[in-house]
Design a protein around this ligand. Structure first.
Ligand SMILES: Nc1ncnc2c1ncn2[C@@H]1O[C@H](COP(=O)(O)OP(=O)(O)OP(=O)(O)O)[C@@H](O)[C@H]1O
Ligand SMILES: [Mg+2]
Length: 326
């Protein structure tokens, strides 16, 4: 039984220009303890997918317009009333954003912020919550944790702040952590330390992690499976090995081709020629067809389903009709 099962998810943003379907019929499963990567160019719906799971859209006018998000032991999050979502956030699913400052209260000492998370969900005394907060900081390898407890967010470096956010995310030992570009704002050494921390955590507690990243090096290093998104849809998914070494979809191949072959680590995805589709009025059929060197009429006629190739591994699926029709 998967920990999380997302089926046919549709999420729309209502903006001045119209309704953008940022997530358009997305399905995937997360197994307990696995690290699942989501990659793709800017604006393809990675964050929208993550935000749909916890139903927090940062003030944007967004709504889940279809599909289901089943969590083991919790039920369908899409149907769950907002008043009951706070029981899920933090204790079942926690979230690490790209910019740790947005996750922290600038006017409160960080120790108190971690303790508050623990207090809100558990039956513990203030003193116990504080003790646990110090331990959490120690767990995420913050030196002199007692002293750091007294700091305000602006007094800490970016790397330390992200550790505080991770300590808060881990505080209630949720079975699922969503990390949306958790290391993008940090320098490479700190990036490595933070990734190591998340990997250690997974090894110790079997926490599953959804890891959004632009960096295929990060995917190669930490992810068990990966989904490649394009224009609000998953165009390829499989184990990290399958997707990085036997890429099937022309979009995935283009992403990989845009990388210098040897040193993948630390490289960002280079944009592919042409623009990603508008999510307000996307092209019919395959959304990558306008940029695809192999596209023909059938590609533009109907959306190709995400399906395994003949003779391929069943879990390795892609949404390209080429190779399949012949
Ligand atoms: N606040 C918003 N208001 C209106 N539309 C939005 C908003 N946020 C996202 N969208 C729409 O949703 C689409 C997907 O955005 P999303 O933030 O999920 O992309 P992303 O893949 O996370 O990109 P990035 O790599 O830049 O973080 C955007 O292209 C845009 O059309
Ligand atoms: Mg994003």
């Amino acid at each position: 039984m998967p920990l999380l099962s997302v089926r046919n998810l549709v999420t729309e943003f209502h903006g001045r220009q119209g309704v953008a379907r940022a997530v358009d019929d997305v399905s995937f499963d997360i197994e307990p303890g696995e690290i699942f990567g989501i990659v793709g160019e800017s604006g393809c719906g990675k964050s929208a997918t993550c935000r749909s799971i916890i139903k927090l859209f940062g003030g944007a006018r967004a709504r889940i317009a279809g599909g289901s998000i089943e969590m083991d032991g919790v039920g369908n999050l899409v149907e769950r009333p907002e008043a009951k979502m706070h029981e899920v956030r933090g204790s079942k699913i926690s979230f690490i954003f790209q910019d740790p400052l947005t996750a922290l209260n600038p006017t409160m000492r960080v120790g108190r912020q971690i303790a508050e998370v623990i207090l809100r969900h558990g039956k513990v005394s203030r003193a116990e919550a504080r003790e646990r907060a110090v331990q959490m900081l120690r767990d995420v390898k913050v030196t002199s944790p007692e002293r750091r407890m007294e700091a305000y967010p602006h007094e800490l470096s970016g790397g330390l702040r992200q550790r505080v956010v991770i300590a808060m995310a881990l505080a209630l030992q949720p079975p699922l952590i969503i990390a949306d570009e958790p290391t993008t704002a940090l320098d490479v050494t700190v990036q490595d330390q933070i990734l190591r921390l998340l990997l250690d955590r997974r090894a110790e507690t079997d926490t599953a992690i959804i890891m959004v990243t632009h960096d295929l090096g990060v995917v190669a290093e930490v992810c068990d499976r990966v989904a490649v998104m394009y224009g609000g849809q998953i165009v390829e998914t499989g184990t990290t090995d399958e997707v990085l070494h036997e890429a099937a979809h022309p979009y995935t191949r283009a992403l990989l081709a845009a990388l210098p072959s040897a040193a993948m680590r630390g490289r960002k995805l280079t944009p592919i020629e042409g623009m990603p589709p508008s999510l307000i009025a996307p092209p019919p059929g395959c959304r990558f067809a306008p940029r695809c060197a192999h596209a023909h009429d059938a590609c533009r006629a109907a959306r190709p389903p995400l399906a395994p190739r003949a003779g391929g591994a069943p879990g390795h699926r892609d949404a390209c009709i080429l190779d399949r029709v012949q």
